[in-house]
Design a protein around this ligand. Structure first.
Ligand code: HEM
Length: 432
């Protein structure tokens, strides 16, 4: 099948067409439009093309353009770096993120924490899930990054406070405090000193400083030790830790809640998931992530003229243009993924080269390095949680970080299903 060919096959076992998260007022069309000089791109082939044009574009999302004005020092944070320096940084840290490394180093920790947390839910007869997924995703990412010399509950609270507040739009307009315009230029806002200094200081003093001190004495196999070896200053390490906290912890936390939402509400899918082997379970999670991308918009700016192509359509984008890339729309692009693209179907046919989660982990040079970690930790937790006879007490509340259309799922109240007693979960018997 060619890259642009439209798949003929419809889903053999569709699992419903309801996205649990849908930001108000977002349309699937037009596939490309220019508004006030900004290009809005919704077609999958074109969004993917922009993300893969590493030599003709630079990062313009996550407040990169405002935040980088506040940066000093020799090392640009990985999220904001571009070109050869970015490629060098990514290949130097790639070893922390390979599936083999993740399985070998972090699987035991994920299993232990998931066992503990799910046992607590069992004993309590329910839970507010978003608090638990925050704790879990912070602890897993903290191991990879090397933030292991402080109290995890405290760090979770500090990071949660961190990620609420006003930040900047890439076009330069500022979001108002308190309004739901909390943007997931989260990392950018902190880097650019737009957040209250006390929030930054608490994280620096309680979490990052002890981690740096311990690794100066005894380096380990983690990101902070690697940055120290590369000569990063304490402030530069702090900035990278904030990036990982926003990119790795906040995102995975939200995804686990949304995946649990789908799976608790679809009995057949849940049973299939629990009986499946690991690759098939990961396929279910990738498909949920495709339908419910945590990061809904990415941004790039062209550094040279660029021609975007999708079938017979052709657009000439001048150098210096800001491109707003619509991940939610591209991920459900009917031209590329078939007319049932808004349905959940783990056996979906895809054009060659399109990943199962499509663009939910991005693409090209900045593609998420933590994708395998996120899917594995989600799977390990859900395998245990979904064996409890739980249901949602009410629909969770979904709010939006406006700029990147990232969802936040809160008030995820789980209670024992009516008429059900407890079955003791047996994590040891769960499939690997
Ligand atoms: C469901 C969970 C996750 C989602 C949906 C997600 C999504 C993304 C996306 C869309 C990007 C690309 C940004 C761009 O192109 O501008 C990205 C980058 C990144 N992610 Fe993830 N991510 C997740 C989990 C993680 C985890 C667990 C880690 C690390 C422990 C992580 C670390 C990073 C880093 C460091 C970057 C920046 C890479 C670069 O700019 O080169 N992410 N993520």
């Amino acid at each position: 099948m060619s890259d642009d060919a439209r798949p003929e096959i419809r889903c053999p076992v569709p699992h419903g067409d309801r996205r649990r998260t849908a930001p108000p007022g977002e349309s699937a069309t037009p596939r490309v439009e220019v508004v006030d000089g900004v290009w809005h791109v919704r077609s999958l082939p074109m969004v993917r093309q922009v993300l893969r044009e590493a030599d003709a574009t630079v990062q313009a999302g996550f407040s990169a353009e405002t935040a980088s004005r506040g940066l000093t020092g020799d090392h640009v944070p990985v999220l904001y770096a571009d070109g050869p320096e970015h490629r060098r940084q990514r290949s130097a840290t790639a070893r922390f993120f390979t599936p083999a490394t993740v399985s070998r180093r972090y699987r035991d920790l994920m299993e232990e924490r998931a066992d503990e947390l799910v046992e607590r839910i069992r004993q309590d007869g329910g839970a507010e899930l978003s608090a638990i997924t925050l704790r879990y995703s912070v602890e897993v990412a903290a191991q990879v990054v090397g933030l292991t010399n402080s109290d995890i509950d405290g760090m979770s609270r500090r990071l949660e406070r961190f990620f609420s507040g006003p930040v900047m739009h890439p076009t330069g307009s500022s979001a108002s405090a308190g309004a739901p315009r909390r943007l997931a230029g989260r990392a950018g806002a902190v880097v650019g000193s737009l957040r209250p200094m006390w929030a930054m200081n608490a994280f620096r003093l309680r979490d990052v400083r002890p981690a740096i001190r311990a690794r100066r004495e005894q380096p380990r196999e983690d990101v902070v030790s690697h940055l120290l070896a590369e000569g990063y200053t304490d402030r530069e390490i702090l900035v990278e830790c904030v990036t990982y906290a926003a990119a790795g912890m906040a995102t995975t936390r939200e995804f686990i809640s949304v995946a649990a939402w789908h799976l608790f509400e679809d009995d057949r899918l849940r049973e299939e998931y629990l009986e499946a082997d690991e690759p098939a379970r990961h396929a279910v999670l990738h498909e949920i992530l495709r339908l419910e991308p945590v990061v809904g918009h990415l941004y790039r700016r062209t550094t040279q003229d660029l021609v975007l192509e999708d079938g017979d359509e052709r657009h000439e984008v001048p150098a210096g243009t800001l491109l707003d890339l619509y991940v939610r729309q591209a991920n459900a692009d009917e031209h590329a993924l078939g007319e049932d693209a808004r349905q959940l179907c783990p056996e979906r046919a895809r054009p060659r080269g399109v990943r199962p989660e499509v663009l939910s982990f991005g693409d090209g040079a900045h593609r998420c390095p933590g994708g395998f970690i996120a899917i594995q930790e989600t799977d390990i937790f859900l395998q245990r949680l979904l064996r409890l006879p739980l249901e949602f007490a009410r629909p969770p509340k979904v709010s939006w970080l406006e700029l990147i259309a990232a969802y936040e799922v809160r008030d995820v109240a789980l209670r024992v299903r009516a008429g059900q007693g407890w079955r003791t979960p047996s994590p040891a018997s769960t499939a690997r």
